[in-house]
Ligand binder design. Structure first.
Ligand SMILES: Nc1ncnc2c1ncn2[C@@H]1O[C@H](COP(=O)(O)OP(=O)(O)O)[C@@H](O)[C@H]1O
Ligand SMILES: [Mg+2]
Length: 296
């Protein structure tokens, strides 16, 4: 029997390996507005795992566009938590469980920094809501006259606190983040924006715009590690290029459905219609196939 996870997030289960390493398994659970739904999206975890592995390998091993002749990890002096997604290389007993295949990775365990490092290139989501009220987001003043989906003059870093399960993350100013964690905040901002810019260039080649995304970081042996998932449709907004209205290849269609039925965003979650589940899977699959084309 598989051991029990020592932690279950909204989507991922974490398994103990040793003091240095752990196993992350991407399940098929779906969450929106920080609530986990009763339905699953069959095989979504496989796509999420594959997308994250592709980005980690790129960031770690491939020469970057922004810093020619260097990988992003070399240019910006950070590490990634990724070790392997090959279950044959997993430690006992995990190497024996076929159910882990294609949806898990062995990673370096780190001391997580409890901020979500959000980068935005276009106006959507909570930034659009905030902009309409204050013409700013996380204390960053934005130009007048922007509308939903407008391209921002340059990518902006809009951190949020990482709250415990069941609570909503809160947008905060960069100054607040810096007060809490110190000068390392500058490094996280610089790394986040650079990965965002690099990914934007690559995705554009595949016909997509990167609207926004969220990174997480941890510390181990005084080094910064990029952890968790990277540039997936659970953690990002991907828009088809050259459409008059943003066409989303992520979980926006689920959020839109939930807004349309005027759910109060508090548990219990409403049921998700089957066709929405299938449509979401298809969109995740399409963005996966596009990312695969550009990264391998
Ligand atoms: N290398 C790592 N070191 C420490 N914590 C990590 C690492 N990678 C991911 N995590 C944490 O593991 C959990 C992954 O599960 P997830 O379903 O994404 O949780 P959440 O509900 O917080 O989004 C998150 O809490 C994430 O911050
Ligand atoms: Mg998460």
């Amino acid at each position: 029997m598989m051991p029990k996870p020592f932690y279950q997030g909204k989507v991922r289960d974490l398994y103990e390996v040793d003091n240095e390493k752990m196993l992350i398994v991407s399940t098929d659970r779906i969450s929106a507005f920080d609530v986990i739904f009763r339905e699953i999206i069959p095989n979504k975890g496989v796509l999420l795992n594959a997308i994250t592995v592709l980005w980690f390998k790129y960031i770690k091993n491939k020469k970057s566009r922004l810093f020619p002749n260097q990988t992003l990890t070399e240019a910006l002096d950070f590490k990634t938590h990724f070790i392997t997604d090959d279950i044959k290389e997993f430690p006992e007993p995990y190497c024996h469980y076929k159910e882990l295949m294609n949806r898990s990775m062995l990673v370096h365990k780190t001391q997580r920094i409890d901020f979500e490092c959000v980068v935005r290139g276009y106006l959507a989501g909570s930034a659009w809501k905030e902009y309409q009220k204050t013409k700013s987001i996380c204390g960053i003043a934005l130009p007048d006259g922007l509308s939903f989906g407008s391209k921002l003059p340059e990518p902006i870093f809009t951190p949020a606190t990482k709250e415990s399960l069941g609570k909503h993350d809160i947008n905060v100013s960069f100054e607040y983040m810096k007060q809490k964690i110190g000068p390392i905040a500058d490094r996280l901002k610089e790394i986040s924006i650079a990965i965002f810019q690099e990914a934007s260039l690559l995705l554009e080649e595949a016909g997509f715009l990167l609207c926004d995304t969220k990174f997480e970081f941890g510390i181990k042996d005084n080094k910064i590690y990029l952890i968790d998932e990277v540039l997936t449709p659970d953690s990002s907004r991907f828009w088809k290029k050259d459409t008059s209205v943003p066409e989303s290849y992520d979980k926006q269609i689920i959020r839109d459905y939930l807004e349309s039925i005027q759910w109060n965003k508090q548990p219990p979650p409403p049921p998700l219609p089957q066709n929405l589940i299938q449509d979401t899977y298809k969109r995740y699959e399409e963005i996966y196939l596009s990312i695969k084309k550009i990264l391998v």
